[in-house]
Design a protein around this ligand. Sequence first.
Ligand code: ZN
Length: 76
Amino acid sequence: MPIHYKCRHCETEIGQLPLDSIDEQFLQKNNITPEEQDLYIVHGVEGDYTVQCICEECQSSLQKFPNYYALKKWIQ
Ligand SMILES: [Zn+2]
């Protein structure tokens, strides 16, 4: 099962990783803490994983309008 990368703001699929599971190495490589793992990694019903990250477009918007995104995230 590939690991899907999706933007948590606009839901765009950024990419996929052909991994069987999320292991320590993956977490370390991506600087994902255990807290972030709970927040951002969704374990799907078919045994797949979705990592909710941020796409380049949202990243640049976030840098331009940090308050807007902070608010939007808070409302969700
Ligand atoms: Zn996005």
